[in-house]
Design a binder for this molecule. Structure first.
Ligand code: ASP
Length: 612
């Protein structure tokens, strides 16, 4: 009779033994294992089967001298067959103990092997961590999910979510589910919509986030809400985006910026100390204002794992004889740059390449100076060397904290343009020169961003975060005079150069909210049509409130050391928003369309049509 062994950590009741739990102390027992054939090795007389489940791998031996029936079955078994194996736990012979396996001290001598289900040869190997074409992995995701990497990542995800729930629940947060079929919530992306059968021509929107609902929960008095929330945005996809993704969505009442930052920083500090394989670069997390992040790193999500800090050097050149710099400065532009340590020996082709790359980022040109020591003097090898005085070179070096052996890169342009070009160039050089310290995780906060940004195409102000974000109190008067200068009570959490999430203190008074919508160009009718429900709620006693929504997928991606979100999502979409396993999106049949009162007008454009 097979015995049941319950693993010490688990109280799961199973009528069989998992492939990860047998140890030396179980020697002598008879057990039944169930699982998949990971590998099969035929040594002529003996056949070894590695049986796998999500708990581990156990070696099974089929010895014809012990059970010819079991050996007979083992001869026909192939990789990924599902088996039930009954046999005795025995010690592995001297010299064959495998310390890499938790079950490596024992093996199971098969009395009986039952093939529960055979398997076709999988389209890619499950047991090996070989590179496989991603489309194939996505099409056969259930097989990909059997492989060690995704098992590891999904397990990590589960553990992190459990930790998040516990952390928030210990702090009085209540988990509330919000609906999927809602009305459009503006988070800056296109909505996915669902047609109504009952109301022809009417549509639900899938939530871009539960933003308005969580605010309404604050009006309802829930005080501290959270949800592991699914969000849907119909965006053009980049490598680190998915059309549906998960947020750690939370909201709190009677709080200000500091309270939210403290809560989230505590959450992430504990989470990374518990689950990450690398330490945090700095605790507490450095805080940068948006203005500072743009000025020093040319990015609102600066990667602080390396230096190459950008500095403004305009003042060095106020008397310059170099025409390009002079005219940029005369037009109110800036000269900014950074020094690359030890790169003064850059070759001509490396420098040409850097210039090309800066151009591809929108630069009109890139000025480089290779600093060197010349009989006690600091000099520069540079296409603009003849325009530079010794004093200018010295002042430049001092500003950029550079010296002989370093390469200086400068961009002269309008302030915002120079900042973003240099930000991208900084990242490029940091990666190319391997300056990024990959042994740590570097978090930071970026706070006080502008409330609005100008939409050139539509010629109107739009909310930089979302329109429910509160302006900073001291900037309220600027709403009328200069909206561009109004800063928001908003914050971004950044890790290793990724934006992990944004949040803000919200507007909780109707008149302020109205005013923001007005500045964004909505008239009263449109405000009522789109946001009437929220504004009405604010008239019934809305507490001050604020929150945040860090991205769960990205968090796990960083914790797992992966570079694509698809590696940490069980069933992701590809970069064209397709589910290759299910074959979605797919056409509806005529009857479904009729029921929904829809008719499809196919685009003329062949390229778009090719998919249909
Ligand atoms: N709903 C916001 C977002 O999805 C986050 C927040 O403000 O809490 O970015």
């Amino acid at each position: 009779m097979a015995e049941r062994i319950l693993s010490t950590e688990s109280r799961a009741v199973r009528r069989y033994t998992t492939c990860g739990e047998l140890r030396r102390q179980h020697i002598g027992r008879t057990v039944t294992l169930k699982g998949w054939v990971h590998r099969r090795r035929d040594h002529g007389r003996l056949i070894f089967l590695d049986l796998r489940d999500r708990y581990g791998i156990t070696q099974v031996v089929a010895n014809p001298a012990h059970s010819s029936a079991a050996h007979e079955v083992a001869e026909h078994v192939r990789a990924e067959y599902v088996l039930a194996v009954t046999g005795q736990v025995v010690a592995r012979p001297e010299g064959t103990v495998n310390p890499a396996l938790s079950t490596g001290e024992i093996e199971v001598l098969a009395d009986q092997i039952e093939i529960i289900n055979p398997a076709k040869t999988p389209p890619f190997p499950i047991a090996e961590e070989t590179d496989v074409d991603e489309s194939l992995r996505l099409e056969y995701r259930y097989l990909d999910l059997r492989r060690a990497r995704l098992q590891r990542n999904l397990l990590l995800r589960h553990q992190v979510v459990r930790f998040i729930r516990q952390y928030l629940e210990e702090r009085d947060f209540v988990e509330v589910e919000t609906p999927m079929l809602i009305k459009s919530t503006p988070e800056g992306a296109r909505d996915y919509v669902v047609p109504s059968r009952i109301f022809p021509g009417h549509f639900y929107a899938l939530p871009q986030s539960p933003q308005q609902l969580k605010q309404l929960l604050m009006v309802a008095g829930f005080d501290r809400y959270y949800q592991i929330a699914r969000c849907m945005r119909d965006e053009d996809l980049r490598a680190d985006r998915q059309p549906e993704f998960t947020q750690i969505d939370l909201e709190m009442s009677f709080v200000d910026v500091e309270d939210v930052l403290e809560l989230i920083e505590g959450l992430y500090t504990e989470m990374f100390e518990r689950f990450a394989s690398k330490p945090l670069q700095a605790k507490p997390f450095p805080r940068l204002t948006y203005e500072e992040a743009m000025r020093r790193y040319g990015s609102d999500k600066p990667d602080l794992r390396f230096g190459l800090e950008i500095r403004d050097v305009s003042s060095v050149f106020h008397d310059t004889s170099f025409g390009v710099f002079r005219s940029v400065l005369a037009q109110g532009g800036v000269i900014r740059g950074f020094a690359v340590p030890g790169f003064s020996d850059a070759t001509r082709s490396q420098l040409d390449q850097l210039t090309e790359i800066a151009r591809s980022f929108g630069a009109k040109g890139l000025v480089w100076l290779a600093l060197q020591q010349d009989s006690g003097h600091l000099t520069a090898r540079s296409p603009i060397a003849k325009f530079l005085s010794e004093d200018e070179i010295a002042a430049l070096a001092q500003r950029l904290q550079a010296g002989p052996g370093d390469l200086v890169l400068l961009v002269a342009d309008a302030e915002d343009t120079a900042a973003t070009i240099l930000g991208r160039l900084r990242l490029h050089v940091g990666r190319e020169r391997k300056l990024i310290d990959e042994s740590v995780h570097a978090f930071c906060w970026v706070i006080d961003p502008p409330l609005f940004e100008w939409n050139e195409e539509e010629q109107r102000w739009e909310a930089m975060h979302h329109p429910f974000t509160s302006p900073r109190d001291e900037d309220l008067p600027l709403l009328d005079s200069d909206p561009s200068k109004v800063r928001a009570k908003a914050y971004d959490l950044v890790a290793d150069g990724f934006e992990l999430g944004t949040g803000s203190i919200r507007i909780h008074r109707r008149e302020v909210q109205n005013k923001i919508f007005n500045i964004m160009g909505y008239d009263d009718n449109e405000i009522e049509r789109r946001f009437g429900h929220l504004l009405r709620a604010f008239e019934y006693g809305a507490p001050p409130h604020g929150g945040m929504a860090p991205g769960l997928d990205r968090t796990i991606m960083i914790l797992a050391g992966e570079s694509s979100l698809r590696e940490v999502i069980a069933f992701p979409k590809n970069q064209r928003a397709q589910d290759l396993m299910l074959g979605a999106p797919s056409p509806l049949d005529e009857r479904q369309l009729r029921e929904l009162h829809l008719r499809v007008v196919y685009p003329e454009d062949e390229a778009t049509n090719a998919l249909a």
